[in-house]
Write a protein that binds this ligand. Sequence first.
Ligand SMILES: [Mg+2]
Length: 388
Amino acid sequence: MVRNILHIDMDAFFVSVEQVCDPSLKGKPVIVGGDPYIGRGVVSAASYEARQYGIHSAMPISRAKRLCPHAIFLRGSHGRYSRFSTRIFAILNRYSPLVEPMSLDEAYVDLTGCERLHGPVTETAVRIHDEIKNTVGINASVGMGTNKLMAKIGSSMAKPNGFLRILPGCEARFLAPLPIGRIPGIGPKSVKAFKSENIRTVRDLAAIPLDYLEKEYGEWGHRLYQKARGISQSPVSKRDDTRSISRETTLEEDSTDPAFLESTLSWLVEKAGSQLREEGLRARCVSLKLRYSNFKTVTRSCTLKEAACEDHVIFGTVAHLFRKLFTRGTRVRLIGVALTSLTSDVSLQMELFENLNMKQWQKLYQGIDRIRDKYGFRSILRGSSRKN
Ligand SMILES: [Mg+2]
């Protein structure tokens, strides 16, 4: 079966987000990253206006400042970019069950077999692009092909704000005239090495026999042979995140006071919950960690019926664990919460519960996160939270 894979990549993502939040930045050279005041760090993103001055990602800020002194330099807000990213992924997840995030602003979407549901794939690709533009306000470039390799090359050649589909069966012909550096995985070093052997275009590369490539480069040689022909079997796969998000604190003085310990726990839950939502994740498993004054450490975990990212749900669970575990009079030295079995926060999933309250909770927490973005983490806290 012929596959239909999209690679979708936001244009100058961080800068675009800043421009949506402050439209006066539109059409100006804007640079996000590092600390422009002390001139440290590197460029994370540059607007297309700034790129005209030769500025690009990973360039030292000090250099960017010399090239374009009148550019607008911003530090950027990771939380804000994550929230935009979550909204973008919520759109992508509505079009296919197979979305593979590559970064905050880049993903593969497998549309194979989705025609019955969404209509012709080309139109679907354009609709996804337009929906992101119309609802989130950001331009994306979209590549489409029969595999991830072709989709990725397509989106990079469609930049900015374009759509390029490489039709099934045209892969090798499409690639032949391109410089080999266009192929993902062939970096500047390889380009240079190949150039010395007079191999400049994909056509040159495709002319090398497989056994020669394998003898020279081993397994990588085999992959080069396939790449030069636009062949890639790599599946679009959801990432399963085995990471955890945790917060713990060693108390200034060992405590036997359950009310104090619970309020400290509440504060830690808010910290962990805010990071969870910032990364667009939900947790299925909540754990409590206590270390007593004799350094004995105990943990207790609980699996939630549904993955959650709401502080009150997480706190309810961890407070319950605490009440079961804590015995009067024991002195606690360290207290912590850990969130595991993380999944992406798919808004579609929430609608399955048909629970309006969930939506209202989501809105509430989005509001809290926005306030914190603007005024700092401590500007809004649960009444029960005590900063340790
Ligand atoms: Mg991008």
